[in-house]
Design a protein around this ligand. Sequence first.
Ligand SMILES: [Zn+2]
Ligand SMILES: [Zn+2]
Length: 377
Amino acid sequence: MRRLFSCQSASIPVRKTRGLTASGSGRMTPPNAWGGSTLSGTLSYVYWLTQRSAIAQGDDPALFAIGRAVRLLVDAHPLTEHDTTHRSSMTSDDPIIESNLIQPCLYETHSHTPLCKHATGMPTEYAAVAFQRGLKGLTITCHNPMPDGFSAHVRMGLDEFDQYVEIIEAAKQQWAGRVDVRMGIEADFFPGYESFLEKQISENAFHYVIGSVHPQVPEYVAKYWLDDPFENQVNYFRRLADAAETGLFDCISHPDLIKNQTAEAWDPQRILPEICRTLDRIAKTGLAMELNTSGVNKRIQEMNPFPAMLSEMLQRGIPVVIGADAHEPGRVGDGYLDAMDLLESVGYQELSFFLDRKRMTVPISVARQSLVAHSQR
Ligand SMILES: [Zn+2]
Ligand SMILES: [Zn+2]
């Protein structure tokens, strides 16, 4: 039976951990002020300092070696475990909280690579930012290769997929022990490609599969676009539900993206009844939906989806995954604190992310503290 840690600030099960700890004040503090001044905590602090220093010194191998030696001592020091309520969605072997000490626990769940032809920076550069900003991990989710030249201008070719695997694996190795780098994919949902997607997803070891409807791609425009912008909005939300009902994906991304293509006719109150019908369908699938922070940089400058839609999602019990949709390293983790504020403002108390295609949850209060405690911004 899995054993989980209890903690003061979280009601969810969390797991045994060793390693990074910090105060909730936003700054690293000396070990003796560090939540109990345990030997483990002190060693963890030393480990953390050596890792930071090694990176500051341009990946100094000697400092990394010292860090590894300290890490062995940390791992050798036993910690107390407490049983707490089991939750099936918490299945990672990686813990979040030790006693009342908040660990890095969040992932950048949505990020791209230059293979999609409209992003910059290699996965290892994204991982560096994830580390600096107090994230535990990074899931790369570039646009999936598609056959028939489907919007080929914004995605890797089928023959480039091996390269995708390689550059993620390289980052994973380079950041091992510091940032948990995982391979995911952002897969386009478009009618007629379901069997292709099913094969592609089943044949590759993705940790997270995002299902996306991109109303701006030429194929979507050719098939669906009408003169009436409201009808385009209706069509888009129906396609989102279609995507969810395929059962191929873990999460539906940026789920009101259409507002940027039909901004002149965007009236949240008018479209909300249609959105509610879409959410009814999505809720039945059990899928998560994304709160995508990149929306603040788009034509309608707010996250996707908008607050009233988030509230409707909450009423239907739809889990939310925060993602920055980073197309350059500087956007890793961008807007996460604002996203958590927004989620709490509509009543969400926890957020989700996926590892090994299993949904994990963390209380927003814990997630926020983990970022504040470990971010070097
Ligand atoms: Zn997308
Ligand atoms: Zn994306």
